[in-house]
Design a protein around this ligand. Structure first.
Ligand code: SAH
Ligand code: SF4
Ligand code: F3S
Length: 443
């Protein structure tokens, strides 16, 4: 069967989005073109996440719904890739007889090879445990945004936070060689790229697996120095490996955006200890203080989990108080989800679902208030935005992001187009975005 079109759906984090680009590149090398409508595609890839049970359930539902499509078109090739595929390969095969290929995180660069070798379209599971040679550091990606790119700088995670499944499905931490990362970014910029986001589960431990004396601040500095690059972002930073050197590089690198995503997870030192996070609220507070005194207007965002086993009312109140004290610009908040195989899953004193929901609601209400206040502080100021494109709901409204990663909407001018950098004067603020009027193009 000659496949002509493909459709990829990506769940989970930016690492999965980046993997999806690598999968896309492979399908394009087989002569397929991307197709927005899932119903018309010859190959459907679902790139999955298993970080929380809710994500898993949604994906299982989604995979189940593909059965009808396969019944109508038996030649359809269905590929389940990513973290859930790594974790639950046999279960996916058993539950979903319409799935053709299950491709674990360690084997994403093998999709084209598997499709070519498998002319008879047998069912294949490819998820050798941590066969990291399968990850080709030179793997090319197909980017569908011309000006912004995800650039993985490392794979896997060695931190073993006690609640987290990621180290078990992404394997050991491996850093990509700096020359390869830099070359990839140089060629992206040469083709019109403006913004890169360096990705890793904990970018602050970059270089530990490399022979030379590499670390993340050095890499970041080099990326900042690439000719033609406009904006450099990175995520995620683990507070335990956060360094003054990183703050210095962020402060001096003019292309490095004034934004740091620094997940705190909890405001209780007892919980942080049992989460195996290896820092305290005192350390975290110090990082924030130094960062704010070195980088004017820096935006600090975070992740917080409520309902970790044994979380008392008092510990939860500490998290609320810490959230208010740090004054995060925004926060992703999650209900603790028990992941079997992780140490926290064995803890007794699991918090009831009702209480977890109540706590999440209180946390979100507080953060929404803080985010609104933090956005209001931008009213009356001119900000530089990199234009993403027309907003989904109204083609006459354009959307872009500030260097601090805030979303800005404005009434489009004829010259507006994706990838433009322009100034916008902020007129009003909401919890999740700013609105303004276009002032001038920067160039
Ligand atoms: N490596 C990154 C993030 C990985 S997952 C980091 O360390 O920050 C993204 C977020 O999902 C985590 O920061 C955490 O807040 C949340 N998360 C991970 N496991 C979870 C679980 N079992 N239940 C609820 N949230 C979880
Ligand atoms: Fe999970 Fe912790 Fe690794 Fe992040 S650092 S991926 S939360 S184990
Ligand atoms: Fe999910 Fe895997 Fe990312 S579990 S959060 S897609 S690393």
């Amino acid at each position: 069967m000659k496949y002509q079109t493909y459709h990829i759906e990506s769940f989970g984090c930016q690492m999965n989005l980046s993997d999806s680009e690598r999968l896309a590149r492979q399908l394009e090398s087989l002569g397929c073109v991307q197709c927005d409508n899932i119903v018309c595609a010859d190959i459907i890839v679902i790139n999955t996440c298993c970080v929380r049970e809710s994500a898993e359930n949604r994906i299982f539902g989604h995979i189940g719904a593909l059965k009808q499509l396969k019944e109508k078109r038996p030649d359809l090739l269905i590929v389940i890739a990513g973290c859930l595929a790594q974790k639950d390969q046999q279960q996916i095969f058993k539950k979903a007889s319409h799935v053709n290929i299950v491709l674990g995180t360690q084997n994403i660069d093998r999709l084209a090879e598997i499709i070519q070798d498998n002319a008879k379209n047998k069912r294949v599971v490819q998820s050798d445990a941590y066969a990291d040679d399968g990850l080709n550091p030179n793997a090319e990606t197909a980017r569908h945004s011309g000006f912004a790119a995800w650039i993985p700088v490392m794979y896997g995670c060695d931190n073993y936070c006690s609640y987290c499944i990621v180290p078990y499905v992404r394997g050991r931490e491996r850093s990509r060689p700096p020359e390869i990362v830099i070359d990839e970014i140089r060629s992206f910029v040469a083709q019109g790229g403006l913004e890169v986001t360096l990705l890793g589960q904990n970018v602050n431990s970059y270089g530990k697996s490399l022979a030379n004396d590499w670390n993340f601040p050095r890499l970041l500095q080099q990326v900042n120095n690439i000719d033609g690059i406009e904006r450099v972002r990175f995520m995620t930073s683990h507070p335990k490996d956060f360094s003054d050197e990183l703050i210095e590089v962020m402060a001096s690198g003019k292309n490095i955006c004034e934004h740091l995503h620094l997940p705190v997870q909890s405001g209780s030192d007892d919980i942080l200890h049992r989460m195996n996070r290896n820092y305290s609220t005192v350390n975290y507070r110090q990082h924030v203080k130094k960062l704010r005194s070195s980088i004017a207007g820096v935006s600090i965002t975070t992740d917080i989990i409520v309902g970790f086993p044994g979380e008392t009312d008092e510990m939860f109140e500490q998290t609320l108080a810490f959230m208010a004290e740090i004054n995060f610009d925004s926060a992703f908040t999650f209900i603790y989800s028990k992941r079997s195989g992780t140490p926290a899953a064995k803890l007794t004193q699991q918090v009831s679902p009702e209480l977890k929901k109540l706590r999440l609601q209180r946390l979100m209400n507080l953060q929404n208030e803080i985010s609104l206040q933090s956005n209001k502080a931008w009213i009356g100021r001119e900000v530089e935005v990199l234009t993403d494109g027309p907003s989904k709901s109204d083609p006459n409204t354009y959307s872009g992001r500030t260097r601090q990663n805030r979303i800005v909407l404005w009434s489009a001018l004829p010259s507006d187009k994706p990838g433009n950098i322009r100034k916008v004067r902020i007129n009003s603020a909401q919890t999740f975005l700013l609105k303004g009027s276009a002032v001038s193009e920067r160039n």
